[in-house]
Design a protein around this ligand. Sequence first.
Ligand SMILES: C[S@@+](CC[C@H](N)C(=O)[O-])C[C@H]1O[C@@H](n2cnc3c(N)ncnc32)[C@H](O)[C@@H]1O
Length: 275
Amino acid sequence: MDDSTPPQQQQQERTPGLSVDTYEPKEMSRAEFQLLPRKQQKRIMKQEMWDRRADEFKEKQRQKNRDGRRRRKERVREGEVPPRRKAEDQIRTNHRFVIDMDFDDKMDDREIKSMCAQVQRCYAANRQAARYVDLHITQLHGRCRQRFDSALAQHSGWSPEHVKLDDKEYPDLFPAEDLVYLTADSPNVIESLDESKVYIIGGLVDKNRYPRLTLDKAEKQGIAHAQLPIGQYVQMSTRKIMTVNQIFEMLLRFVDVPDWKAAFLDVIPARKLEN
Ligand SMILES: C[S@@+](CC[C@H](N)C(=O)[O-])C[C@H]1O[C@@H](n2cnc3c(N)ncnc32)[C@H](O)[C@@H]1O
C-alpha cells in the first residue's frame, strides 16, 4: 500500500485489530462511549477512524505538493528549469487550435484518464508558452466531462484566456472553410501554420486501434485535413503518430519559432528517433 492509496482502503487494510472494547473516542469520554449501544459504538468508531485516515491522507498529499514545489524552486535556482512565466509576460497570438473530444465511447477508463491528463498538459503548456494560442476543447461530454467535473475540478480555476472548454462541436463554433483536421493518415502535409485556419487535434488515446478514424471524420464532414511534416525533418524508428499533447506542444513551439525540425526534436522522445 503506497501513499496514494485512498483512505477508505487504507482504513480497511490498517485497522484489522481495532475493537470497540478498547477504543478511545475523540468526541466523548470513554465512560460515555461505553454507555452507548454496541451498534452505535461501532458506527462512531468507524466514522472517526475514517476521518482520521482521510485527514492523514490529505496531509500526505499536501506534503507531496510542498516537496514538489520546493524541488522545483531548487531546480530553478540551479538553472535546470526556467522560472514559471507570468501571464502578463506572455504574448497572445491569433493562432487557433481545437482538441476534438468526440471520442469518449472509443476509449476504456484508463485511456479516458490519460486523455484528460493530456488536456491538462496542453493547458499547462499554453499557460507557460512565450507565445500562446487560442485553445478550444470541444464536445467535452461523457466520462471525460465527468472527470473534469470531479477529479479535475480545479480546471474551474484555469485561465479562460488560455483554454475554453465547450460541449459544442467545432462546426458550431467555426466556419467549415477555416477548419483543418490534423491527422497522421492524411496524404496532405502542412508546411506552415496559417492564422486564418483552425487546426483540430483528435482527442483520442487509441494505441492504433482506430486507424483513419479522424481522417474518415474529416472526409465525411468535407473539411480539409493534413499531417505534420515530421518525416521531412526527422527519422523516426516508430510510426509518426503522436499523442495529443505532443502534437499541441510541437505546434506551440512552431508558433514561437517557425522551425519544424527544432519543434519536432524538442518534443519527440529520443527513443523514438533513429540514430
Ligand atoms: C493518438 S492520435 C489518434 C490516432 C487516431 N487513430 C486517429 O484516427 O487520428 C491523436 C491525435 O493526434 C494528432 N496526430 C498524431 N500524429 C499526427 C501527425 N503525425 N500529424 C498530424 N496529426 C497527428 C491527430 O489529430 C490525432 O487524432
